[in-house]
Design a protein around this ligand. Structure first.
Ligand code: ADP
Ligand code: ASP
Ligand code: MG
Length: 439
C-alpha cells in the first residue's frame, strides 16, 4: 500500500521484502531496468565545489540509465566539527535544541549546491531539508531517532523525473523543531529513506572503497571485504568503525535494505552488507574496531547496597547519556564499592555535571574521570562456536605491554578499554594475531 511504503514506523513493525529481494530477484549489482536508488555522499565526497560537481556527474549516470534517484548528502567535511566547536565555545553544557539549530545547517549548504550542480548539467533536481520531506523523529535533540518518513511527494516527483537531494543528519521533532541524528547520522538518513521508499539499493559513497577488516587508515594490511553480515557490521559500527553509523545498520537489518559501501572517487564495486545466509565461509574473527570517542568515569566509594546502580545510571539515562562498559570493584572496607563505566567523550562534561548534582543523595567518596582512553574490539559471528578468542586478545596485548582497564564481551565480540596512546599499536597487533593481515 502506498501509505505503508512511506511510513517507516509501520515498516519497523511489519518488515517487508524490498523489491530487490523478491523470489528470483537479480543480484543488487544488477539493478532492474527502472530501479529506485538512494545514493549517499559523505563529507569528503562533497568537500568542495569540484567534488560536488563530480557527485552531480555520478548521479547523472544513474538518471541517464532510467533510475529514480534520491541523493542524501552530508555537510562539507569539517563543517559539522566547526559548528560543534562554536556551540561548545559559547555553551559547554548547551541546550540541545539550539545545538541542533546550529549543527544541522551544514547540510543545508550542500543540498542547495548539489541541486544547483545537477541543474547545471541538465538534471531536474530539487533540495529537501529534513522538515520539508518530512523526516519525523523523536524528541531526543542531538541523538534523535527517525520515526516516520512521508515520501509521498518525493515519489510523485520521481514520476516527473525529478531527483530529490535530501539533507542527511536532520529531521523534525514532535516540538516542531529541527533535530539531528547524532554524528555520522547521514548514513541513517539514507538507509531510512531507502526503507521508506522501498528502494532497490542504498549506495553509501565515501572516502574508502568498502568495509575493511579494520580501519585501512591505521592498518595498511587491512583487507577489503566483498560482503559483511548485518550483524557483524552492526557490531563493527557500534564499536567505532565510523564507515557506517550504527543506527543505519540496525535499520538496514530490520528492513532488509541492500546497502553497499563504495568509493566516491574510484569506479569499482564496494562491500555489500547482507544477511548471514549469503556468506558461505565465515571467519572466526572478521574485524577489529576501535573507538577514541570514549571517556571513563569512576565513582569512588559508593555504598554497596541495592538501588545504587539505579541511582547513578537512571539520571544519566534521563539526560540521554549512554553508558557503555561497566565494572564494579569491591573496596577495601567491604562496605563501599568503586563503580567504573564509560560514556561518549562528548557527553563527559554533562555526565559529571549530572553526577555532581546527585552527590548529596548518592554520598560517594569522589568522582574521577579520564578522557584519554579508547576501546578496542574484536568481532566475529564465528566466535559463537570457537573458544579461546578472548585469550588470544589478552595475550597479544600483554606481549605489547598494553594494560587492560575494563573488559566487556558479547556473543560475537570482545572489547577492552586501554590508554588512548596505545590504540594503533593494539589494533595492528590484534589484526596480525587473528590472521587478518592481507598481502
Ligand atoms: P563519510 O564522511 O563519507 O561519512 P566517514 O569518515 O564517516 O565518511 O567514514 C569513512 C571512514 O571510516 C574511513 O575514512 C575510515 O577511516 C573509517 N573506517 C573505520 N573503520 C573502517 C573499516 N573497518 N572499514 C572501512 N573504513 C573504516
Ligand atoms: N555532517 C554530520 C556529521 O559530520 C553527519 C554526517 O556526516 O553523516 O556528523
Ligand atoms: Mg560518516
Amino acid at each position: 500500500m502506498f501509505q505503508d511504503r512511506c511510513n517507516l514506523a509501520g515498516l519497523l513493525y511489519n518488515p517487508r521484502e524490498p523489491r530487490a529481494a523478491m523470489p528470483g530477484r537479480k543480484p543488487p549489482e544488477d539493478l532492474p531496468a527502472m530501479a529506485r536508488i538512494v545514493m549517499k555522499f559523505g563529507g569528503t565526497s562533497v568537500a568542495d565545489v569540484q567534488r560536488i560537481k563530480n557527485v552531480a556527474l555520478r548521479v547523472k549516470r544513474e538518471v541517464d540509465d532510467g533510475h529514480e534517484v534520491a541523493v542524501v548528502v552530508s555537510a562539507m567535511s569539517g563543517a559539522t566539527n566547526q559548528l560543534v566547536k562554536w556551540v561548545n565555545e559559547i555553551s559547554p553544557l548547551h541546550d540541545a535544541r539550539e545545538y541542533d539549530t546550529v549543527v544541522a545547517t551544514g547540510e543545508q549548504v550542500t543540498i542547495g549546491l548539489l541541486a544547483l550542480a545537477l541543474q547545471e548539467i541538465g538534471i531536474n533536481a530539487r533540495s529537501w531539508q529534513g522538515w520539508q520531506v518530512p523526516v519525523e523523529t523523536d524528541h531526543v535533540h542531538g541523538k534523535a531517532r527517525i520515526q516516520k518518513i512521508d515520501c509521498a511527494e518525493m515519489i510523485r516527483r520521481f514520476s516527473e523525473k525529478q531527483v530529490a537531494v535530501v539533507a542527511g543528519f536532520q529531521g523534525i521533532g514532535p516540538d516542531n523543531r529541527v533535530t539531528t541524528l547524532g554524528r555520522g547520522g547521514s548514513d541513517t538518513s539514507a538507509v531510512a529513506l531507502a526503507a521508506a521508499l522501498n528502494a532497490d539499493r542504498c549506495d553509501i559513497f565515501t572516502d574508502v572503497d568498502g568495509v575493511y577488516t579494520t580501519d585501512p587508515r591505521i592498518v595498511a594490511k587491512a583487507r577489503k571485504l566483498d560482503k559483511i553480515t548485518y550483524e557483524e557490521m552492526l557490531e563493527m559500527a557500534s564499536l567505532g568503525a565510523k564507515v557506517l553509523q550504527t543506527r543505519s545498520v540496525e535499520l538496514a537489518m530490520n528492513h532488509r535494505v541492500r546497502v553497499q559501501v563504495l568509493s566516491s572517487f574510484e569506479d569499482k564495486p564496494g562491500t555489500l552488507v547482507v544477511g548471514e545466509d549469503e556468506i558461505v565461509e565465515q571467519e572466526v574473527v572478521s574485524g577489529i574496531a576501535y573507538s577514541r570517542d570514549e571517556a571513563k568515569i569512576t565513582v569512588r566509594k559508593v555504598q554497596d547496597r541495592p538501588g545504587i546502580a539505579a541511582g547513578i545510571f537512571g539520571p544519566l539515562a534521563d539526560a540521554a547519556i549512554n553508558v557503555d562498559m561497566i565494572v564494579q570493584n569491591a573496596s577495601d572496607d567491604g562496605k563501599t564499592t568503586d563503580l567504573t563505566f564509560t560514556v561518549g567523550r562528548a557527553d563527559l562534561e554533562r555526565a559529571l555535571h549530572v553526577l555532581k548534582g546527585r552527590e548529596g543523595e548518592l554520598k560517594y567518596g569522589g568522582l574521577v574521570s579520564d578522557p584519554n582512553v579508547s576501546k578496542v574490539s574484536v568481532i566475529g559471528v564465528g566466535m559463537r562456536s570457537h573458544a579461546g578468542v578472548a585469550q588470544t586478545m589478552f595475550k597479544s596485548l600483554a606481549a605489547k605491554g598494553i594494560n587492560i582497564q575494563v573488559i566487556s564481551t558479547s556473543e560475537i565480540k570482545v572489547s577492552v578499554l586501554i590508554a588512548e596512546d596505545y590504540t594503533e599499536l593494539a589494533v595492528r597487533a590484534l589484526h596480525t594475531a587473528y590472521g587478518l593481515d592481507g598481502a
